[in-house]
Design a protein. Structure first.
Length: 180
């Protein structure tokens, strides 16, 4: 059955169609939640809450993006809300006066494993970690990141730039044991 048909049936509260959409997306969305919350049990909780919210609000899905992209945004937002509820408050950032230089170079030295990069991302300050993860791992652009995190486009760009600089320093220390 085509996705749009499943979504339309879900809008009519068809439980079989809901189960089919769940089956199609649960593994991928679990992975998204796990990348944020880090604990398998918490990721399962976030996943279930995200699907409940998605099915409660499925009438708001207009098809402007794929259902998967729409659902992924719900999972990301729910994951961030979960982290906030665990007293990991996000820091407000005033950025009206900032000018951001673009830096699209995300290369790392040969021999640095993907797992090492992931570990390094985990050590970033929270305000940088979220932006780096949303941009680099989840593939969101600055406009989407600013909406998800409730920050301006400029703050997203600034945090990404600073997060990347911190990430390079962390990787240097992990690789060579020094920051110099």
């Amino acid at each position: 059955m085509f996705q749009i048909e499943l979504v339309e049936q879900c809008k009519s509260n068809n439980r079989k169609a809901q189960m089919e959409l769940y089956r199609q997306y649960c593994d991928g969305m679990y992975g998204v939640a796990l990348r944020f919350v880090k604990d398998p049990d918490d990721a399962e909780d976030v996943l279930q809450e995200s699907f409940i919210k998605a099915f409660q609000r499925i009438h708001q899905f207009r098809g402007e993006v794929t259902f998967g992209a729409w659902l992924k945004r719900i999972v990301v937002n729910r994951s961030i809300d979960f982290l906030k509820s665990k007293n990991q408050k996000m820091v407000e950032f005033k950025d009206n006066y900032l000018q951001v230089a673009e830096d699209d170079d995300w290369t790392v030295e040969d021999g640095i494993a993907l797992e090492t990069v992931r570990e390094a991302i985990e050590t970033l300050a929270e305000k940088y970690r979220y932006v780096v993860q949303l941009f680099l791992v989840e593939g969101y652009d600055h406009g989407e990141i600013s909406q998800i995190l409730g920050i301006s486009d400029t703050a997203s760009r600034t945090r990404l730039l600073r997060g990347k600089a911190q990430l390079k320093e962390i990787l240097k220390k992990m690789t060579y044991g020094t920051g110099s």
